[in-house]
Structures are given as structure tokens and as C-alpha cells.
Design a binder for this molecule. Structure first.
Ligand SMILES: NC(=O)c1ccc[n+]([C@@H]2O[C@H](COP(=O)([O-])OP(=O)(O)OC[C@H]3O[C@@H](n4cnc5c(N)ncnc54)[C@H](OP(=O)(O)O)[C@@H]3O)[C@@H](O)[C@H]2O)c1
Length: 253
């Protein structure tokens, strides 16, 4: 794969799957614009990326739920690199609870990061993607189609995201813009840690998830990064409107 001279904008690049994707794409000479709220983490990931091919990523400390920040993400990327070839909408948060235990604050937060911010950033990126005939990869989840009542708001946000992927794939196909999503099963990242779970609790969840998967293994962040890179690359030039599970077979059981 080759991303030489391709400008890739990644949200949630300071941790987990976004960081793994940034590091993966840096090995293929991508010009990276990396977004997250935690500046130190973002700079640390940027340094890893720079070490791959000597290309310095542009880091943008921003909250994707703030409308002004979303505009700044696009403006800074264009000022720095002059174009956008690939948008990777990856930033996301989880809230635990079903209909009995999810308050509206938790619902609003999840929908705001996982769906509203994606809608907003994508709408501002589209004119630039029209110019570059670029593509979008959204990071969804298998919970978009496999109901998990313990994370209702999260499930709903990812179901909406999948439909968004398909609708805009249809709308933007005449512009030569492809839109797809990756839908991972459980991957060990900071997303559950941010809910306040201890290392022991996280390890127990990870073991349960691995043993419950038909392949009896967890998906590694780098595997998701590899799938995102494929969908963002010219190798996937005939693929649009698709949602790709990467879950050790979890959707089968
Ligand atoms: N891990 C899994 O099991 C799994 C499974 C399926 C799908 N996913 C999806 O994968 C994506 C990445 O999650 P992850 O597992 O890598 O989690 P993670 O390690 O917690 O990373 C989440 C990223 O999102 C960023 N983020 C969150 N809220 C933000 C906001 N308001 N503004 C800007 N950035 C924000 C975080 O940056 P800062 O902290 O610096 O703000 C961080 O870089 C999410 O969309 C998630 O739903 C994860």
C-alpha cells in the first residue's frame, strides 16, 4: 500500500484504534492530521509516526463536539497540507446502561461524539474530498447490528453511523467519493478504561470476550488499522457503502 502525498485526517488519534491507524499509515508515507483532546498523547503518537518515514504529522488538539473546533480541524488541515484525501471518523465514547439506566446526559454525550460530530466534520470535509476524489472510513462497531442492551446509547449511535455511511456513500458516489465503515468487536483500548474500570476488571472482560469469540482470540488494534488502511487505499477503489465486521466471528454467535 502506498499513501505518498495522501493527506489523511484522523479523529481520536491520541489513543487506541485511531493511534494504531495513524502509526500504520505513517509506514506508507501518509501525510497525517491527527485530532484528539489530550495533547500530550497526541504528540506522543505523532512522534511515533514521524519516526517511520520522517514525515511530521500535524496535531490538532480539539473536541469534536465543539462546533468551532470542528471548523478549526478542517481549516488547520487545509492550511497545513492544502487538501484532504482521506477522512477517518474514529473518535468515539461508550456509556454503560440500558433504557432503565441511561440518563439523557449520557445519551447526549454518546450521540454527540459518535454521530453528531461525525455528521458535522464530514459535511465540512466533503468539498475538499470532492476536489481530491477522496474517501471516508467511519469507525463503527458490531453493536450497530448485534444488540447489546448494556450499552444502549452506544448501540444506537453506531446503528445511526452505519446508516449514515450507506446514505452518504450513495449521495457522494457521483463525486467519486467512497464511504465505508469498519465494525470491530471488542478490542482492548482505553475506551472501557475511561468508564472507570480497573485493570483487573478490564482483563476479565477481555478474557471473556476472547473465549466467547468463535476464533477464541481478541482483535488487535493493528488488525483494525490494517482494514481501515485497505478501505482508504486505491486497492478498495470499487468498494463503497460497506460495513466491515472485524470481530473474531462474534457476529456469528
Ligand atoms: N475498543 C473497542 O472494543 C471498540 C470496538 C468497536 C468500535 N470501537 C470504536 O473505535 C473507536 C475508537 O475507540 P478506541 O477503542 O480506540 O477508544 P480509545 O482508546 O478510548 O480512543 C478514543 C479516541 O477518541 C477520542 N475522543 C473521544 N472523545 C472525543 C472528543 N469529544 N473530541 C475529540 N476526540 C475525542 C479520544 O481522544 P482524547 O481522549 O485525546 O480526547 C481517543 O483518541 C470509537 O469510535 C469506538 O466506538 C471500539
Amino acid at each position: 500500500m502506498d499513501f505518498t502525498d495522501k493527506v489523511v485526517l484522523i479523529t481520536g488519534a491520541s489513543s487506541g484504534l485511531g493511534a494504531a491507524t495513524a502509526i500504520h499509515l505513517s509506514k506508507f508515507s501518509a501525510k497525517l492530521a491527527l485530532v484528539g483532546r489530550k495533547e500530550l498523547n497526541l504528540k506522543r503518537i505523532a512522534l511515533y509516526c514521524e519516526n517511520a518515514k520522517g514525515l511530521k504529522p500535524h496535531t490538532i488538539t480539539a473536541d469534536v463536539t465543539e462546533d468551532g473546533d470542528v471548523q478549526r480541524i478542517i481549516d488547520e488541515t487545509i492550511e497545513t497540507f492544502g487538501k484532504i484525501d482521506v477522512l477517518i471518523n474514529n473518535a468515539g465514547v461508550v456509556a454503560m446502561g440500558g433504557i432503565k439506566k441511561t440518563d439523557m446526559e449520557a445519551y447526549d454525550k454518546v450521540m454527540s461524539v459518535n454521530m453528531r460530530a461525525v455528521f458535522h466534520l464530514t459535511s465540512l470535509a466533503v468539498p475538499h474530498l470532492q476536489n481530491s476524489k477522496g474517501c471516508i472510513v467511519n469507525v463503527s462497531s458490531i453493536t450497530s447490528t448485534k444488540p447489546n442492551p448494556k450499552m444502549l446509547a452506544y448501540n444506537v449511535s453506531k446503528a445511526a453511523l452505519d446508516h449514515f455511511t450507506k446514505c452518504i456513500a450513495l449521495e457522494l458516489a457521483p463525486d467519486g467519493i467512497r464511504v465505508n465503515s469498519v465494525n470491530p468487536g471488542f478490542v482492548k483500548t482505553n475506551i472501557m478504561k475511561d468508564l472507570g474500570l480497573s485493570e483487573d476488571q478490564l482483563e476479565m472482560i477481555a478474557q471473556n470476550m476472547a473465549s466467547g469469540n468463535p476464533l477464541k482470540k481478541l482483535v488487535e488494534p493493528d488488525e483494525v488499522a490494517n482494514l481501515i488502511a485497505f478501505l482508504a487505499s486505491d486497492k478498495a477503489k470499487s468498494i463503497t457503502g460497506c460495513t466491515y465486521p472485524i470481530d473474531g466471528g462474534r457476529l456469528l454467535v
